[in-house]
Design a protein around this ligand. Sequence first.
Ligand code: ADP
Ligand code: MG
Length: 469
Amino acid sequence: MAELDYEGFWKDTLIQLRNDLGEEEFSGWFSEVKYLRAGNNSIVISVPTAFHQEKLSSRYHKTINSILKKLSGGDLTLEIEINKTSEAKTEKKDADTVPNFKKETATAEKIQKTKIKKAQHSQMRDDYTFERYVIGENNKFAANAALAIRENPGKLYNPFLIYGGVGLGKTHLMQAIGNYIHENSDNEVIYTTSEDFVNEYIEGVRTQENGQNIMKSFKNKYRYTDVLLIDDIQFFTEKPRVQEELFHTFNALLNSKKQLVFTCDRPITELKKFPERLISRFGLGLTVDLQPPSFEERCAILRSTAESHNVNIPNEVIDLISNNIESNVRDLIAAFNTLIAFAQVMKAPMTLEIAQQRLKNIINSPKYENLSMENIIRVVAEHFGLTPNDLKGKKKSQNIVSARQLAMYIARKSTDYSTTELGQDFGGRDHTTVMYSIKKIEERLLIDPTLEATIDKLKRSIKEFSAKF
Ligand code: ADP
Ligand code: MG
């Protein structure tokens, strides 16, 4: 029989500890820790000194055991041994030199201090907080529900689903809940995108086939957390096996009154091929939507952004941006950032004239033309005498493959869609296919002098076509 090996579990435990404790505290205590062997239902590690052994036991034993339990799904516990050789060395040093002892006390004090403020959550952005979230009529209901949830995770609205179009603040609001709970309680918060969840699941299946099973730790990670945030669940459509996994995670967490928060780019009922039993689970909690901000709300968001970046920006410039960029908050802030960056490079204050000039460029750039995927596919197909279905379909003839790659390239460069989203629009292809296509076109651009002109012409045609409808 092969000898048991728990080193994988130990490595995962270390990753989680580093997340929870922050780099400084983590390396203070764990840089010298070594995995030794698998014991009887236990993991045996070694530490350099008795001091380490005592401290690690009193401070972290419980936490580590609970992580191990989650990861292994069983009763794996921790045993700490002293590494004899290093103990002897340290003792000798300590006896020889007093300063060494002082140094140790100083480190301990430092560690004590860092503990006071909890380390930033590794999966979330630290600026996605409630303090940075401007509340207006468009998002009042959603924001108030989120504020209530952060105080009472698992108790009020569960599951909580936020839906709304691209760039309206779904991720920001979701992470604001997560950041707050992470900072103000001992609850474990996991944030993931549905893309990552799907990829982890696939990786789990793959390792299962290889005989080294990480599926169990994947399942346990999500089923035993206190707060689970899953972003952009529209990517779960048409993936029945992952939906099944999601369903079990959902039930496990709901049953133990753990908070679930989801975002989606459309109402849940409009998700195609999304199983009824998952949809009905959402009915148990609260669903809120985010609307695009009004002119006043756009101005308020820009003022708040300017303040948090510590930049001065005249009101007329704020009015100008808010008047011209109406689609969503992401575009609004992107335009604002471009203007600020320009002013900084030019080392000049932002004036209305400069803003008008720069904004013209921004508004005319294809990203802000709201080019739809349908229009891109249609125009490119037509240009090559093909149909949209040729580009979305599976045919592999040279001219179709080449037109498809070009359409993907243009879509990637002229829209905000991710490679995963683009893959979906191109007949449910994988994001790696989209990345490959873009690389191919980039290679061709280096050697084919006419290609750039073709791309420009296509972009113009797409814009014209879009303007007509
Ligand atoms: P979504 O997830 O809906 O696509 P995001 O949460 O990524 O949108 O938001 C896009 C950008 O707009 C982010 O930079 C976010 O901080 C900002 N944003 C969105 N809504 C607000 C708001 N109400 N107040 C301040 N910033 C916002
Ligand atoms: Mg988002």
